[in-house]
Write a protein that binds this ligand. Structure first.
Ligand SMILES: [Zn+2]
Length: 475
């Protein structure tokens, strides 16, 4: 679509990032309730934006803005193995990113950038412009802006209220409190965004709003009548929709301040769907004989027990897992793990057998769930650092993976990390809007989030590095 723009140098690009923005809600269900997004769709072009595997905030946004897959980036989720020991994990903050992202390239070319809330921008690194860091910022007591002084402008704008990089506790049973927190946080974000938009020079402006992800995880069952926990007539049925409407109004105000040289992209890093329940992946591995414990796990204070708190008999263990929105499976390989059991020559055979066994775990009624086990070398261009041996989507992500012990079944409807009733979905969304053209709501197909960075560079008249894996978005 943008190939006709090749001769126009110096377009500006404004990226609205909606973390977890779900295409079926924006494109269809609430289309008429979101007039500003609808206008961008109807005058622009839009479609699904396939996410990374796994479709998780980290690594998805980084993959989008660097046009590299998670294997090349060398991180596969928030928490990654730091080495081949059994317990050393590291969190992939911005410090884990070893590749330039689109704003680095633009900054080097002299373009001015503004970034706010984009995942993995903490710890703060200098940019050619302004930056407010992301939800992985430990607290606003640490440096969360670039330049550092910009924080004082935020303090003045908020009149002494503290800026929120994230909702403090989104897995809370107090839903009124949660919804209020999300709205308050987002209001503060838009105060700062409007200030940046109106007072700072920029060629590239990108922000990511995390509130959408938080409200999905916290409130999905109240909205979705098909959710197993849905209660008809509950007081929060419209909480998510009202939040989308609020965001749409704020977007309308920002969009009206843009000039016609600015191309707008609305993107999400993955979608959202109902979560049907959890599969206790380590309990399943134990029952299937892959994982051996030295002691029977006993609940403490009725809380599930994380695998880190249980003594594993590593000399007898073939594989163990980690939970979350998807499952990670690690094999215990001789010469690789400290007490490795699987001979290297048997690695593929054991992994295939285990994958086949996992893929047949049925639902509690014995029906197939069609789990999919991904092998890193098969889905990434390169595999750096310490990937899981299998990345497992349970029931197309309608089931989450529970890593803890202390459940009397391999199924649970209790979440070991607090209330959460949505999971991610593989497809996020993209809307492209150019005020100088009318694309009449054309549908875009087969787009991957790695297509975003090269499209931005193209629009802004910049060369596209050979190692970017995405393509320029065009019909
Ligand atoms: Zn996300």
């Amino acid at each position: 679509m943008f190939n006709s723009l090749r001769r126009e140098k110096g377009r500006k690009v404004f990226i609205i990032g909606l973390d977890c923005g779900e295409p079926s809600l924006v494109f269809d269900r609430w289309r008429d309730d979101l007039p500003n997004l609808r206008h961008l769709m109807e005058a622009g072009a839009y479609g699904l934006l396939t996410s990374t595997i796994p479709c998780i905030t980290v690594p998805a946004w980084c993959s989008m803005t660097s046009s590299k897959d998670p294997g090349v980036l060398g991180f596969y989720g928030f928490r990654n193995r730091a080495d081949y020991s059994y317990d050393k994990m590291s969190i992939a903050t911005g410090a884990a990113v070893q590749t330039p992202r689109v704003w680095d390239l633009l900054g080097q070319a002299g373009k001015q950038v503004i970034l706010s809330g984009v995942p993995q921008t903490y710890p703060v690194q200098p940019v050619n412009g302004y930056l407010v860091s992301d939800f992985l910022t430990p607290s606003v007591q640490s440096q969360y802006t670039y330049p550092n002084d910009f924080r004082h402008e935020i303090d003045r704008l908020l009149g002494g209220r503290e800026y929120d990089v994230d909702v403090h506790q989104f897995r809370t049973p107090d839903k009124s409190f949660l919804v209020r927190q999300i709205h308050e946080m987002t209001e503060k974000h838009f105060i700062v965004l409007n200030h940046l938009l109106k007072t700072k020079p920029w060629d590239f402006f990108m922000f990511v709003e995390m509130g959408i992800d938080r409200i999905h995880h916290g409130m999905w069952s109240y909205m979705d009548t098909a959710h197993p926990k849905h209660e008809p007539g509950n007081p929060y049925q419209n909480a998510i929709k009202e939040y989308y409407q609020y965001v749409d109004r704020e977007l309308g105000a920002m969009l009206s301040a843009l000039d016609d040289n600015t191309v707008v992209l609305v993107v999400s890093d993955h979608g959202a769907q109902a979560m049907d329940g959890g599969i206790c992946i380590n309990e399943w591995l134990r029952r299937a004989g892959y994982l051996v414990l030295k002691e029977e796990p006993v609940r403490q204070g009725n809380r599930p027990i994380p695998i880190e708190k249980v003594e594993v008999d590593w000399e007898k263990t073939t594989a163990w897992g980690a939970g979350g929105y998807y499952a990670r499976i690690f094999l215990n390989v001789r010469g690789r793990e400290p007490q490795g059991l699987i001979p290297q020559a048997d690695y593929e055979k054991v992994r295939d057998q285990l994958a086949a066994a996992i893929e047949t775990i049925p639902d509690p009624q014995g029906r197939p769930l069609h789990h999919v086990c991904h092998r890193p070398e098969a889905i990434y261009r390169e595999v750096r650092n310490f990937p899981p041996d299998l990345i497992v989507y349970l029931g197309n992500l309608r089931w989450r993976a529970v890593g803890s012990f202390g459940f009397d079944s391999i199924y649970t409807f209790e979440n070991d990390t607090g209330p959460d009733d949505a999971n991610h979905a593989q497809d996020g969304m993209i809307i492209c809007y150019d005020p100088r053209r009318n694309w009449h709501g054309q549908r875009l197909n087969k787009l991957n989030l790695m297509d975003v960075a090269p499209t931005v560079l193209h629009l802004m008249g910049q060369p596209i590095p050979d190692d970017m894996q995405g393509k320029i978005i065009q019909p």
